[in-house]
Ligand binder design. Structure first.
Ligand SMILES: [Fe+2]
Length: 297
């Protein structure tokens, strides 16, 4: 404790190394405990050329090389949520480096919803058992000697979680950079009012808390950025900053979401990420397929 109400020492300063994926505008992180060689990977990416049906691992290989080169020990692979715009590289990294794969316990809701949409058989378990750890709101866990904490932040999706690791917080899609605002809340199980409440939980962290985004799209042509602070977001976030009310936010978010196209990779992403980043089982000839539900989304 450091004089705060959080079960985390907010004065601990983990080393945060970011890996930007230009194909999906995702930022993955390696977060290292300052007191040991332990680290966590937050939101990794498996590369897909969807048009060609081709999967590769360049982005994950970069993360693996960084961990090996610095002789780090991977203890956790964290998914902030079931991503709809990129495929997780966590199982690939885990196979080579070990570590436990964790996501929010509400993954079971996502698995129910999308298990139906993709017409999965009973072999697709809807109990979250593909993951090593299902986090509940307020859970803590250790990365070496550093304590990390999980905040349940539904709204963008029901299983969204924000992870606080010392003075660094990983927002997933709960917040974007101040000039980009917030993520959509119109996926199945999403809700704008719930998202607003979740964002307030993040903004209740100390003003100097470092915030790390999962995505950035270089708003208005600026350079890609991924780091800001709670203070900056409170003051300047275009969707929730400067004391914007919940009603204003819900109205804006709902109108905006109605105009957004589906993410390009939503169909392969959900099928893979609801399985903790595993591809669907191969057929008897060893070939693997992804489905496209026609008019199903
Ligand atoms: Fe997302």
């Amino acid at each position: 404790m450091s004089g705060s109400n959080y079960p985390v020492d907010l004065s601990v300063k983990p080393e945060v190394k970011a890996f930007f994926d230009p194909a999906t505008n995702t930022i993955s992180y390696v977060v290292k405990d300052p007191a040991s060689s332990a680290c966590a990977v937050v939101d990794s990416v498996m590369d897909i050329d969807y048009a060609a049906g081709r999967i590769t691992y360049d982005h994950a290989d970069e993360i693996i090389a960084h961990i090996r080169d610095n002789q780090l020990e991977l203890e956790w692979l964290i998914e902030t949520h079931v991503h709809a715009d990129h495929l997780s590289g966590a199982p690939y990294i885990q196979r080579q480096l070990g570590g436990k794969l964790g996501i929010g316990e509400k993954i079971t809701v996502i698995q129910e919803t999308f298990g139906k949409i993709f017409n999965e058989g009973t072999e697709f378990q809807r109990d979250g058992s593909q993951f090593d750890m299902l986090f509940k709101d307020g859970d803590t866990y250790k990365i070496g000697e550093m304590t990390a904490m999980v905040m349940c932040t539904p709204g963008h999706t029901p299983a969204c979680m924000v992870h606080v690791m010392g003075n660094a917080t990983f927002t997933g899609d709960t917040l974007f950079m101040p000039d980009s605002g917030s993520a959509r809340a119109d996926f199945p199980g999403g809700d704008a009012a719930t998202l607003y409440d979740s964002i307030q939980k993040v903004l209740a962290l100390p003003d100097d808390m470092r915030l790390f985004m999962c995505h950035d799209y270089g708003q208005n042509g600026r350079e890609i950025q991924w780091e800001t602070t709670v203070g900056e977001e409170k003051e300047h976030n275009i969707h929730v900053g400067g004391g914007k009310s919940k009603d204003e936010f819900v109205k804006f978010r709902t109108e905006r979401d109605a105009q957004l196209a589906m993410p390009k990779l939503i169909i392969p992403s959900l099928q893979v990420n609801m399985r903790a980043g595993q591809l669907p089982p191969s057929d008897e000839t060893g070939r693997t397929f992804l489905k496209v539900p026609v008019n199903g989304l």
